[in-house]
Design a protein around this ligand. Sequence first.
Ligand SMILES: Cc1cc2nc3c(=O)[nH]c(=O)nc-3n(C[C@H](O)[C@H](O)[C@H](O)COP(=O)(O)O)c2cc1C
Length: 142
Amino acid sequence: MSKIAVIYWSGTGNTEAMARAVAEGAIAAGAAAELFNVSEMTPEAALGYDALALGCPAMGAETLEEAEFEPFFSALERRISGKKTALFGSYGWGDGQWMRDWYERAENAGAALCGPGGLMVNEVPDDAGLAACRNLGAALAG
Ligand SMILES: Cc1cc2nc3c(=O)[nH]c(=O)nc-3n(C[C@H](O)[C@H](O)[C@H](O)COP(=O)(O)O)c2cc1C
């Protein structure tokens, strides 16, 4: 059984709702998925999982959240080569530049990325957004 860690940062709960749906989708597809706030996880522990779903909203000016998520991802990035990984997050007024930059970083680091890009949802995920999150979890489990 594939062991998946869903690791997220969320200020107002939108990316957290996405994370819960990603975990649900992975579990429904037969994986053992666990949900972690990034503050509860270390890069070392994350690398012990078969696959990672990483969630962070657009913050700053099209950046990852800088206090907790960016330091976590920068450390993970150096060792993520070959790891099956999915990226997701919520955004507001932008056009998704934070996700394109993040996806490119993960790609350059050699992560085995799930999907042609990261999964983005505008603000609160609606039913279609939650379904896309469940599908991402299922794809990561497969
Ligand atoms: C400090 C701050 C900076 C933000 N910067 C951006 C941004 O650069 N681009 C964007 O599209 N949305 C930006 N947003 C909007 C959030 O990405 C959006 O509200 C998102 O749904 C928050 O997700 P969360 O509930 O998981 O924290 C920002 C929000 C805050 C509070």
